[in-house]
Design a protein around this ligand. Structure first.
Ligand code: ATP
Ligand code: MN
Length: 479
């Protein structure tokens, strides 16, 4: 057996002294031919390993370079240096993997996020990305814990599907056809009957419709899986492949839905604060340093941790789309034409500049907007009695914009099919979905939360490409 290592995180948390351990990790820095900062991924804090002068061969010392992998056995002793309570006095240093300092792309200095995006295969080795991906792990664990504790069932919805849940049409096709020579119908169109699944298929854009099927028997379900959108939006908050959390609950109305979403977001953030304090403090400092580079009026008023605590401790602001449009229309921003898209009429979709104005300038807290015009929302949302709006809700977060999109679903068969016809959505193709409304239909609701946007919010990272290990965006699918 090879692995008898102690994790550096556990060593640093332990008060005891003068005992023998084995550690394994990667060299971050090596100073004065004597002090090794060793990191093993368990924490951002390095272990100081001391190679006493004269005790180790020059041939070994030469190979202790940034990025090299070591196995060290020795004794934990009190540290005289500042910055750490303990250090490891090395008895034996074994080089597991060399790292040629002339060729290793990461230098022991600060690299830009853009540079590290190009080196995504190595960026885990930096403090920033190690912290981000530990936090990402904690958040995803908390997602499952939250729902499991509430008795929800984790549902695996399909990744390959023949339906386009949003009706938005931004799909990645899945086919096993030879693209040069696909089977064709007589009129020259592609004959998907001959394709692998016998019909046109695509990567899922949402697991919602399938989630609704399960909710009609299991009552409270959630999905947490990858979703794919071929939207050509090269923004700091869109990915072509992202992870979405979609709970779907029978016997829920819109208010129940909002209550759950708000409780969920607060729970997840609190869980990260309790379990990843070190990493969040590190990221908070990183953000503070980044903010210092910005002009005064663009800096945020709160630090990262402060902001997270604020979100946990305050109610989200809830208002209708109609009220929001009124606020935006009357805002000085609109009057002075500072919006790129001016708000003139009721019924327009809000742009991210409007969402951010409401959240960051007007309310200064997360906002839940409800009851949107039916014409800008999906067919399955429950129609309100006014004939104009639907029981939708979007949650907007500072710095991110839309983080959750949800609704009470239309449970009335006639209303639903009417709307589908209006929107030219085939009731035939979705016949299986309509069965939920034919047999034992109930009020129900659900939402979708983009996991990466949540990770962005919690880590304070401004670009979504920096919170998923290997981002997929237009013209980019490296690694
Ligand atoms: P947006 O207006 O920001 O494009 P959307 O209205 O298309 O969002 P929904 O279809 O409601 O979003 O999806 C639910 C959630 O999934 C969103 O609230 C958001 O958090 C997330 N999301 C949507 N599209 C993306 C994407 N391309 N990359 C990352 N997350 C996304
Ligand atoms: Mn979108």
């Amino acid at each position: 057996m090879f692995n008898k290592k102690t994790r550096i995180k556990d060593l640093l948390a332990n008060e005891s002294l003068n005992y023998e351990v084995i550690v394994m990790g990667w060299v971050r820095t090596f100073r004065n031919n004597q002090f090794i900062a060793l990191n093993d991924g368990s924490t951002n804090n390095n272990l100081q390993v001391v190679a006493e002068l004269g005790k180790f061969d020059e041939s070994v010392l030469k190979r202790i370079t940034t990025g090299a992998a070591l196995k060290v056995s020795g004794e934990i002793i009190p540290s005289l240096g500042k910055g750490q309570k303990i250090e490891l006095k090395a008895h034996l240093i074994e080089i597991l993997g060399d790292s040629d300092p002339e060729k290793y792309p990461l230098q022991p200095k600060k690299h830009s996020l853009e540079f590290l995006r190009e080196k995504a295969h190595l960026r885990f080795r930096t403090n920033t990305f190690a912290a981000i991906f530990r936090v990402r792990h904690t958040l995803s664990f908390a997602v499952h814990k939250f729902f499991n504790d509430k008795g929800f069932i984790y549902l695996h919805t399909p990744i390959i599907t023949a339906s386009d849940a949003e009706g938005a049409g931004e799909l990645f096709r899945v086919t096993s056809f030879d693209l040069i020579n696909p089977a064709k119908n007589e009129n020259g169109s592609i004959n998907y009957k001959e394709d692998f699944f016998g019909k046109a298929t695509n990567l899922t854009v949402s697991g919602q419709l399938e989630g609704e099927l399960a909710a009609m028997a299991l009552a409270d379900v959630y999905t947490f899986g990858p979703t794919f959108r071929a939207e050509n939006s090269n923004t700091a908050r869109h990915l072509a492949e992202f992870w979405m959390i979609e709970p779907e609950m029978a016997f829920y109305d819109l208010e129940d839905n909002m209550n759950l979403a708000e409780e969920f977001i607060k729970y997840i953030i609190k869980y990260a604060l309790e379990n990843n304090k070190d990493d969040l403090e590190f990221l908070s400092q990183r953000l503070a340093d980044e903010e210092k580079e910005k002009p005064q009026n663009e800096r945020s008023e709160m630090g990262l941790i402060e902001k997270l605590e604020f979100v946990i401790n305050n109610n989200f602001e809830r208002l209708t789309y109609t009220e929001a449009v009124q606020i935006l229309k009357e805002s000085n921003h609109n009057k002075k034409k500072k919006f790129q898209y001016l708000i003139e009429d009721w019924g327009v979709d809000l742009q991210s500049e409007h969402e951010r104005y409401l959240v960051e300038k007007h309310f200064k807290k997360p906002v839940i907007l409800t009851d949107y015009p039916k014409n800008i929302k999906a067919f399955y949302m429950r129609q309100n009695d006014d004939g104009k709006t639907v029981a939708a809700m979007d949650i907007l977060a500072p710095g991110i914009g839309e983080i959750v999109g949800g609704s009470q679903r239309e449970e009335r068969l006639n209303k639903l099919t009417e709307r589908m016809n209006e929107m030219h959505i085939s009731t035939e193709e979705l016949d299986w979905y309509l069965d939920t409304r034919r047999f034992g239909t109930v009020p129900h609701a659900g939402f979708g939360l983009g996991f990466e946007r949540l990770v962005q919010f919690v880590t304070g990272m401004s670009n979504i490409r920096d919170v998923i290990p290997f981002p997929r965006t237009p013209k980019s699918a490296e690694f």
